[in-house]
Design a protein around this ligand. Structure first.
Ligand SMILES: [Zn+2]
Length: 125
């Protein structure tokens, strides 16, 4: 039989040896994914903690543009997370967002930090 063995074909009824193996591997990984989420087996995780952190930063006057500049994450990505449009994020994104706090951010270029009432976040959306 000429086909590419896969879990998908096993699901459709193929019981050749290679499809059985592919199915077994798929189930093993899926079980591990459920049991032990990590970056290899579960690339996306819940984004609500990252969202809460973005809202907290916003309350401190740190806007998305500054976070974007600081982390290298796309502004649009941050906007979707903060709005709640995106509910799942990559581990790396989660780490980058949670690593930002008011102490680690450099002051806005060319301005004295204490002269900025909102720590530079006024014009951010
Ligand atoms: Zn097969």
């Amino acid at each position: 039989m000429t086909h590419t063995p896969s879990h998908s074909l096993y699901s459709k009824g193929c019981r050749c040896t290679d499809c059985r193996v592919a199915h077994r591997v798929y189930e093993r990984n899926a079980a591990r994914r459920r049991r032990r989420p990590d970056s290899n087996y579960e690339p996306m995780i819940r984004g609500d903690e990252a969202r809460a952190h973005l809202l907290w930063l916003a309350s401190k006057g740190v806007g998305l543009k500054r976070i974007s500049n600081h982390t290298g994450l796309a502004l649009a990505t941050l906007q979707r997370i903060r709005k709640g449009t995106t509910t799942r994020v990559r581990h790396a994104t989660w780490d980058a967002i949670l690593s930002v706090n008011t102490g680690t951010l450099p002051p806005v270029k060319g301005k004295h930090p204490y002269s900025q009432p909102n720590y530079g976040g006024r014009n951010d959306t």
